[in-house]
Design a protein around this ligand. Structure first.
Ligand code: ADP
Ligand code: MG
Length: 323
């Protein structure tokens, strides 16, 4: 690396911190959660070729690398405190580093999530961020609290839905042709997901269970159901869809919505009696929420259409080790 490791860190990843007791530059960062709060910690790795295309704009990549981690905090109802960045770089590319750090810091600052440290090394491009958040003691939203009778909700952009990231991927792969403007819109959903942090916080004490959709709605909801030892029926026709996705053939709409992945929306459950509080939480967080199903005592996930007919096709979640 021509620019030395320490010069690189100093130039791109060393903005002053205000909230952390100790930020980058020492052997450890020191964080200061408020009294009565617990730390929520999550870590996600992004590998070139698997999680992002080599051609992706570095600023969008910086955004996404942090967004997928903030989405985990959101799913737990945690407020971001700080993050660390472990970065393997094949070469020192000043333009790339500038773009990446600008994208990362823009999202970090909008969520009060300070970059407090990390590690930098030469190697195949690999980005690993760990986020630290805080939740009131015992108040984290978990996967295991869903109960029979609860409604199943999903978050989405007011003018969007679930499945756009997968639609963008299909457009990149050339299996779907989209007009330029539509492509730009779904591409933004794929490359710049908005973690639902405010919604997660607003749902504390209201949602009975929550998970974020990273690998596909069916797969991720199934994780929640198993942890809660319940089942559910999902109405595929109730899934919120963007105008771009709604313009596609029904089978593609269902594929993208049910098993698309990379959505970073929250799927959560809440008692029927909490419907008004759920809607109020969504308004407070300036996102939309849609009820897509119901929790049942019988285990398993049943997918039906608006007529109540079971879906014939088999829909599977994206599996990192199979596809
Ligand atoms: P050590 O050898 O003690 O692990 P390093 O030499 O790896 O420390 O890093 C020096 C300092 O720079 C540390 O405070 C570390 O947290 C910070 N740092 C290293 N890489 C990054 C990065 N990519 N982003 C933010 N801070 C970083
Ligand atoms: Mg080190």
């Amino acid at each position: 690396m021509s620019l030395g490791e320490f010069d690189l860190i100093a130039r791109y990843f060393n903005r002053p911190t205000r909230r952390a007791a100790v930020g980058p530059g020492d052997d450890c960062a020191v964080l200061a959660p408020r009294a009565g709060m617990q730390l929520a910690v999550s870590c996600d790795m992004l590998v070139e070729g698997r999680h992002f295309l080599p051609t992706v704009d570095p600023a969008r990549l910086g955004h996404k690398a942090l967004a997928v981690n903030l989405s985990d905090l959101a799913a737990c109802g945690a407020e971001p405190l700080g993050c660390t960045l472990a970065l393997a770089l094949p070469r020192v590319d000043a333009d790339w580093l500038e773009g990446f750090s600008v994208g990362l810091y823009a999202l970090a600052e909008s969520h009060g999530c300070e970059l407090v440290g990390g590690d930098t090394t030469a190697g195949p491009l690999n980005i690993c961020i760990t986020v630290f958040g805080e939740v009131p003691a015992g108040g984290a939203l978990l996967r295991d609290g869903a109960r029979a009778g609860d409604a199943v909700w999903i978050s989405h952009a007011p003018d969007g839905g679930i499945g756009d990231a997968r639609l963008a991927l299909e457009a990149f792969r050339g299996t779907v042709a989209l007009p330029g403007e539509a492509f730009e819109r779904v591409r933004r959903a794929m490359e710049q997901p908005q973690p639902r942090v405010a919604l997660g916080v607003a749902l504390r004490g209201i949602a009975s269970a929550a998970i974020d959709v990273s690998d596909g709605l069916l797969g991720d909801l199934s994780h929640l159901l198993r942890r809660s030892a319940v089942g559910a029926t999902l109405d595929v026709d109730a899934l919120p869809r963007s105008t771009e996705l709604a313009a596609q053939p029904l089978v593609l709409q269902r594929l993208c919505g049910l098993s698309g992945g990379d959505d970073y929306e929250l799927v959560f459950t809440a008692p029927e009696t909490a419907q008004a509080r759920v809607q109020a939480a969504a308004r407070e967080a300036a996102v939309a929420v849609t009820c897509i199903g119901r929790i049942e005592a019988a285990s398993g996930l049943r997918v039906v259409d608006s007529q109540g007919r079971a879906l014939a096709d088999t829909w599977t979640s994206f599996d990192h080790f199979r596809s």
